[in-house]
Ligand binder design. Structure first.
Ligand code: G
Ligand code: MN
Length: 264
């Protein structure tokens, strides 16, 4: 059987068996060192192969119906985790959820998310959605724009993910209600020594500041990168330096923590 078909069949079975779970990775303020939120990341708790990342199953998102089912399974678990944390009085900040192209093209996505948050008593100020430029370039621009505007107007923050790797980024900042830019990790990984990456990070941080958007650097792995990011004016950072993505049971220990020394 062709690899792609086998993968889609296996993922479909995994979804039916409720094997997809969110892991969480903290986002940290470079000014205060404190955690300001988490990003929920899809993981497949495979009965034989263990915890798998989207590097293994990401291609399954090309199947629209499956991407939507998978998204629903993950969203329900994320909102449930948030409900539990809020109920226990945790300072959860904002929890970000990655949206696929298939989900964003659904006309009822925003109302589905808002209804679920409302039903579980999770205030929208604690929620964020992340979309890549590839998602924004999807065929159904109308639905995508309407969904993001509805979410944004309701108090859900909108983040533009993997910034700098797609097309027409600057147009998107004007066309869509973007609150937050996430700089792709390819610019961070060669920060130590690559002056072009430095210039790009500085420019994006400046752009975000002028547009009054938050800016988060992704994939920060070394303290050298962290120090450079701080100097270049980047407000927030995320990456394995601070914490690997962890299951909900471990994420609960992260709230309210200071992960790096404050600037100065
Ligand atoms: O596209 P997006 O930025 O949402 O992807 C996040 C992915 O990046 C996750 O699957 C996560 O496991 C991975 N990731 C998170 N932090 C790091 C890091 O510091 N280094 C690398 N190489 N990958 C990371
Ligand atoms: Mn993301």
């Amino acid at each position: 059987m062709e690899d792609r078909i086998r993968l889609i069949r296996d993922v479909r079975e995994g979804v039916a068996r409720d094997q997809f779970v969110p892991f969480y990775q903290p986002k940290v303020s470079l000014a205060t060192g404190r955690i300001n939120g988490l990003e929920a990341l899809a993981r497949w708790h495979h009965p034989i192969r263990g915890i798998l990342s989207p590097a293994v199953f990401g291609a399954a998102f090309d199947d629209h119906e499956l991407a939507i089912e998978l998204g629903k399974q993950l969203l329900a678990k994320v909102v449930s985790d948030m409900r539990e944390w809020l109920g226990a009085g945790r300072e959860i900040g904002r929890v970000a959820f990655n949206l696929s192209s298939a989900e964003c093209s659904q006309a009822d996505l925003a109302s589905r998310i808002l209804t679920l948050l409302g039903a579980r008593g999770v205030p929208t100020r604690h929620f964020e959605v992340e979309v890549t430029e590839t998602v924004l370039l999807g065929s159904d621009t109308c639905s995508i724009k309407a969904n993001l505007e509805r979410l944004h107007d309701a108090g859900v923050q909108v983040a533009l993910d993997d910034f700098g790797t797609g097309f027409a980024s600057l147009t998107h900042l004007k066309q869509f209600p973007v609150d937050h830019i996430k700089i792709d990790r390819s610019f961070i990984s060669d920060l130590d020594g690559n002056s072009h990456s430095e210039a790009i990070v500085a420019a994006v941080a400046g752009l975000a500041k002028s547009l009054e958007m938050m800016v988060t650097a992704e994939g920060v792995e070394t303290s050298g990168q962290m120090a450079r990011l701080r100097d270049l004016g980047c407000g927030f950072a995320q990456g394995n330096l601070f914490s690997y993505p962890v299951p909900a049971s471990e994420a609960v220990c992260l709230f309210g923590k200071t992960l790096v020394p404050a600037a100065g």
